[in-house]
Design a binder for this molecule. Structure first.
Ligand SMILES: [Zn+2]
Length: 396
């Protein structure tokens, strides 16, 4: 796998590398390779013939259609979602499909401190690499998603760095070091963990695996914080400093609650997990919830018919929808994918979100159907991180 991802020499190798990377993400019809590679049909055809000649790719029947796929490779691609209270590791061999990926969920995250999450993460990575059929030495690429703004060029956290991280800290660099020191697995000498924002990576995975033909996609990652990942023209849009999509910090209440970001009345202070739990606990009493961040319990209770929890989820999704409606007027997306808490709440959240959108979006900006869908992959961020790891290789 890593041989194929070496930095290219000249335009011919560059085209081949772009095709190989696209096929490591998923199989494509020959005609569909133009979008992920950014190459024209003739250039792609020449490169495909060469790659076939070298026995690197092969056509494969998928129903009545013919995909271009990679021949079996050694080398495991890994993706990590590092949340506040949880971690997800996704892994697959480079030629395997999304369905063949294995994932591991850990109830341990950034809030538990580096001494806790870092060793737990390394052993989960080892476990999942072996589970997909790789040896303990086959980890080849790795990406990581975190709920923070990440500078797309520097791969660092953008200041002000908010808790649980501190100024100068970088979880991807810490994992790179820890992997290099791991005793029961060996990793490539130049292995570097690629870093990005969790909502960006969720959007990336949703675009590649579920909506590859759509031009503009917004992915909403809502849990403790609320962020959006934006795909425009089939590409992830991060902005100059990685700040694009920070919908949770758009102001919706001028004199509202103070927010961690230093702002006031941010959307997140009304629809983030803390705000929803605060409302639920005020109404239902603290004893209903045994853990401080169990917003999933709130959604479960809403689904089970608890009228207060249903109302809280519905009102939050409607408010979120109002903000999304403003985004629709700016970007006119083909689809909005709800992840995190609202993805989990399914139809209840989708209906309320559409209601909110209808209050703020122009008719034409909300005419795509269905405009709002729930994610089909609750592990989208980890899968997007896996894709980021592959994507980051081969840069000269
Ligand atoms: Zn804020």
């Amino acid at each position: 796998m890593l041989d194929l991802l070496k930095p290219p020499h000249g335009p011919k190798e560059e085209t081949q590398l772009s095709i190989v990377k696209a096929l490591m993400a998923r199989p494509y019809l020959r005609a569909d390779l133009a979008r992920p590679t950014g190459r024209v049909a003739n250039t792609i055809s020449t490169a495909i013939d060469e790659l076939r000649g070298r026995n690197i790719i092969a056509p494969a029947k998928r129903g009545s259609r013919e995909d271009i796929r990679l021949m079996p490779l050694t080398g495991v691609a890994v993706g990590v979602e590092l949340g506040y209270q949880h971690m997800v590791v996704a892994a697959r061999l480079a030629h395997q499909s999304f369905d063949e990926a294995e994932t591991e969920f850990l109830e341990n995250g950034a809030a538990q401190g580096r001494e806790s999450w870092l060793p737990a993460l390394v052993s989960a990575i080892r476990k999942v690499v072996i589970k997909v059929g790789g040896g303990p030495n086959e980890l080849a690429t790795i990406g990581m998603g975190i709920p923070r703004v990440v500078d797309p060029q520097q791969q660092t956290l953008v200041p002000p760095v908010l808790p649980p991280w501190q100024e100068g800290e970088n979880p991807a660099a810490a994992l790179t070091k820890q992997l290099a020191r791991a005793k029961d697995m060996s990793v490539p000498a130049n292995l570097r963990v690629r870093l990005d924002n969790d909502a960006n990576l969720g959007a990336y995975a949703e675009h590649v695996y579920t909506h590859p033909h759509l031009e503009t996609l917004i992915y909403i990652k809502a849990s403790t914080g609320v962020g959006a990942g934006i795909i425009i023209g089939g590409k992830l849009f991060r902005g100059a400093k990685g700040c694009a999509g920070e919908i949770g910090h758009t102001m919706v209440q001028p004199d509202g609650r103070f927010c961690l970001c230093g702002g006031r009345g941010c959307l997140e202070t009304l629809v983030g997990a803390d705000a929803m739990l605060r409302d639920a606990q005020a109404m239902l009493g603290d004893k209903i919830f045994t853990r401080p961040f169990s917003v999933n319990q709130l959604v479960d209770q809403a689904e089970a018919g608890n009228p207060i929890c249903r109302r809280i989820v519905r009102d939050a999704a409607t408010l979120l929808g109002q903000s999304i409606g403003n985004v629709c007027n700016l970007l006119n997306p083909n689809v909005i994918v709800l992840g995190g808490v609202f993805g989990r709440a399914g139809d209840l959240a989708i209906k309320a979100c559409n209601e909110g959108i209808s209050r703020t979006a122009m008719a034409a900006a909300q005419s795509e159907r269905p405009l709002v869908v729930a994610t089909e992959s609750p592990r989208a961020t980890a899968h997007g991180a896996l894709l980021l790891g592959i994507d980051g290789e081969g840069r000269a």
